[in-house]
Design a protein around this ligand. Structure first.
Ligand SMILES: *Cc1c(COP(=O)(O)O)cnc(C)c1O
Length: 451
């Protein structure tokens, strides 16, 4: 039964056919004579090895998966990629598209914006945070190409040679992608599955030395769906203060909570420790393709300024001159006019999806989920390989599940946690039900204890 896929293809780099089929093979693209390629060896072009070796594991897996062919009327159901737009059941707020069209028609936003972003958009971002930190000014905001670039720039601005950074395990993989790319040593602190994925603070502390430039905290969390309490965040901030390590807070899922816990912004504690908040409109406003995010510097004591981090960020954004001006111009409208009904509807969809997944996991022998997700769009499911002796690990589990049942999930390995899988629950309920029916059948078929 375990036959149809090479599980390693879920994580290993695929060959680039363009590289494998070069002139040395004598295959001329245009069918000219072999000799046409003579002289190519004189071109000493070599790509930057850091670029060639860089890798975003999620994208790498997603974009190298071979297409699966529908069988017996079964279509692929992908619970792999965290894109709330993927299924078409969630749409951006009413008026967002209209605002975008009006903006385009006005012809007022065809030019470059300020490198840090349109002033009006930055002001509105501030207005959202003003109650937490009344010292904020538009200068403390940088509009970026999605939250991804916000994270990238924060890391880049802090990446002094020879330093290290603390990253969550399991965690969103681009933290490591960027950190490694900018020469930082990555040190992983553990999230504890049996303590609602809270941070192992003792272990975190043991990783810090005088070359630690930041810790990245993701709340609400991807990939676990955890939402941290005020108390836990306060402990984290207290520790960061004592160790004098600034916090990069990935809050792309700010306010996307549907359980018992409220969302507490990390910046609540900025009087203790400088906080670089990375956020954006991708997830909460359901427009990840619009590529708009932001950095907000919460630095009431001027610590980042003193370390010239503000200067560094200002120079960095001047290199790329920000994201699409048209989309920037729609931000005030989005932030001011999105109804709370819109957000409530999204949260209800997430809540129902999360509950369904959590209940279904409980029914399946060999799978477990230690704590119900309360935010974001993801949960981690543990696989007990004592129950699945013929499946080697999470990579094989995911690959064989995809091949046999056409359900795609990401192996935990992509997030630094072996023998778990990550499930995206932002799909329509009908899709989730069907996916779990198939996962259940799959597990029943493969469950086998060691004799
Ligand atoms: C989706 C996601 C991002 C990236 O958001 P974009 O705005 O699409 O770049 C950043 N962090 C986490 C944890 C995410 O899940």
């Amino acid at each position: 039964m375990v036959s149809c896929a090479n599980p390693d293809s879920m994580v290993e780099e695929t060959h680039n056919p363009l590289l494998d089929n070069g002139p040395m093979n004598g295959n001329s693209r245009h069918g000219e004579a072999k000799d046409e390629w003579n002289g190519v060896a004189e071109w000493k072009i070599r790509a930057n090895p850091a670029a060639v070796n860089s890798k975003n594991p999620i994208r790498d897996v997603m974009e190298s998966l071979p297409p699966v062919v529908a069988r017996n009327g079964k279509l692929e159901i992908s619970l792999a990629q965290g894109d709330p737009c993927a299924f078409g059941h969630l749409l951006p707020p009413d008026g967002a598209i209209e605002a975008l069209l009006n903006t385009a028609e006005s012809s007022m936003f065809n030019g470059y914006a300020h490198s840090a972003g349109l002033l009006e958009s930055r002001r509105l971002v501030i207005a959202k945070y003003h109650s937490i930190n009344s010292k904020l000014a538009a200068d403390d905001v940088y509009i970026t190409v999605g939250c991804s670039q916000a994270i990238q720039l924060c890391i880049e601005a802090l990446a002094c040679p020879g330093s290290n950074i603390l990253l969550p395990r399991p965690g969103f993989p681009i933290y490591e992608t960027f950190s490694s790319y900018y020469g930082l040593q990555c040190r992983h602190y553990d999230l504890l599955p049996d303590h609602d994925w809270e941070i192992d603070l003792e272990q975190l502390e043991s990783l810090v030395d005088c070359n630690t430039v930041a810790m990245i905290i993701c709340n609400p969390g991807n990939p676990c769906g955890a939402v941290y309490s005020h108390e836990h965040l306060s402990q984290i901030a207290g520790l960061a203060e004592r160790l004098t390590v600034p916090i990069i807070a990935d809050e792309i899922y700010a306010h996307m909570v549907f359980g018992t816990r409220k969302f507490v912004p990390m910046a609540t504690f900025s009087w203790k420790v400088p906080i670089l908040v990375a956020g954006g409109i991708s997830k909460r406003w359901l427009v990840p393709g619009w590529r708009l995010g932001w950095i907000i510097l919460h630095d009431p004591r001027g610590i980042l300024k003193r370390g010239r981090v503000v200067e560094a960020l200002t120079r960095l954004v001047q290199m790329t001159i920000g994201t699409c001006t048209l989309v920037q111009a729609v931000v005030p409208d989005l932030l001011l006019h999105t109804s709370s009904d819109f957000h409530q509807k999204t949260l209800l969809t997430l809540k129902l999806g999360a509950e369904l997944c959590f209940e279904r996991v409980k029914r399946i022998r060999g799978l477990s989920c230690p704590s119900a997700p309360e935010g974001a769009m993801y949960m981690m499911v543990k696989i007990d390989f004592l129950d699945f002796v013929e499946l080697k690990n999470d990579l094989e589990f995911a690959a064989v599940l995809r091949c046999e049942e056409l359900v795609t999930v990401l192996p935990g390995t992509a997030f630094g946690l072996k023998n778990w899988i990550r499930i995206v629950f932002v799909a329509p309920l009908s899709h989730l039900k069907e996916a779990w029916d198939r996962i259940e059948i799959f597990c029943q078929r493969h469950v086998r204890r060691k004799p």
